[in-house]
Ligand binder design. Sequence first.
Ligand code: SAM
Length: 181
Amino acid sequence: MVTNLAQTDGDFSLNGLPNAGRMDVICRCVNSAFWLSDNLRNDTVFYIVMRGAPNPPITLKFVGEELKRMSPDERNIASHIKNLLSTKPGKIWQTDGMGLYAKKIDLDGLLGEIKGEIIYLDKNGKIEELKEDFVYVMGDNKGYSEKDIELLSKKGKKVSLGKTEYLSSQCITIINYKLDG
Ligand SMILES: C[S@@+](CC[C@H](N)C(=O)[O-])C[C@H]1O[C@@H](n2cnc3c(N)ncnc32)[C@H](O)[C@@H]1O
């Protein structure tokens, strides 16, 4: 997920997640990416490229098979993010030891690090068969920036989930549902 809004330091209140550059949207996406009824998706890795003030860009990486002591509520997920952002991540992946990593890297560099065909989600794209080893990219509640679209159109394929515009977290649920078969 790419967001131009999300705050990039830990100086935010867990009681006011929407005021931290829509940290609530991010936490809902993390929930959709990993949580099943009584289990976690161990085979999922979820990245969030964040470009809000005061320290952009910062990318978060959640690794399913390593996640520990995280519960599905937004407040708990946000507390892990807050703690790691407070350590001021640099240009090497830094971890909290519980499956969350952070690094000072933007979308272009990140896409160079991840293996797999890049699919960027857009309701005006083509309907395609979804595959497990694709790298799925999506925007936040404001959508992509012009610069992101320029980059993504060079590196990836524009794919639609249908004509209805969904929340980012709903797109993740739809993709997981389709891949679950
Ligand atoms: C809430 S939507 C963004 C809405 C924003 N107003 C816009 O104009 O882009 C969040 C993200 O979900 C993805 N998305 C939403 N509906 C989709 C659809 N039908 N097909 C593919 N991707 C979709 C896109 O990546 C989008 O950037």
